[in-house]
Ligand binder design. Structure first.
Ligand SMILES: [Mg+2]
Length: 163
């Protein structure tokens, strides 16, 4: 099976460093909105460009690397992220440094398109807007977060993933 893995908040906690940036900017409303709904107008592409350490300093979610190594024994993995192309090197270094299995890194804002092109069967994802689009194309299982309770097939890395 081909498995796609989202990065931000599926294997990397970027909520914590992003929250720090929003608070520094005095955007506490934006922070609350992000925690509830994932999206907030306060979270713009600029905030990442100006603070690339949001990506480099993100903590890996506990158990994620171990689970992905298990999955890599039987399945073909692809990292599929909407991060911008300028963050490729930071992201590749982060994956290596945090012990994640080697796999192609696909960067695209149009995940449904690349998922269809690559013939991915299953996607691990956390963001509601992405899940809605991806579900039309492949099976999606959802990394549990406060903002995605509406979806049925959710998992946490601590409990492990049944694929
Ligand atoms: Mg995500």
């Amino acid at each position: 099976m081909r498995i796609g893995i989202d990065i931000c908040n599926t294997i990397a906690d970027i909520i914590t460093p992003l929250a720090g940036c929003l608070l520094k900017r005095g955007e506490s409303d934006g922070l609350n909105e992000m925690l509830r709904h994932y999206h907030s107008p306060a979270v713009t592409p600029d905030i990442f460009k100006e603070n690339p350490d949001i990506f480099s300093r993100a903590r890996p979610l506990k158990g994620a690397a171990e689970c992905l190594h298990m999955l890599a024994k039987e399945h073909e993995l692809f990292y599929v992220t909407a991060r911008p192309e300028w963050a490729r090197q930071i992201t590749e270094q982060w994956l290596r440094r945090n012990g994640f299995p080697k796999a192609p890194l696909i960067m695209s804002c149009n995940k449904p398109k690349v998922i269809a092109e690559l013939g991915i069967d299953l996607m691990l994802e956390d963001a509601p807007h992405e899940i809605r689009g991806l579900r039309k194309i492949c099976r999606v299982i959802v990394r549990k977060a406060p903002y995605n309770t509406e979806f049925p097939e959710r998992f946490s890395w601590k409990q492990g993933v049944a694929v």
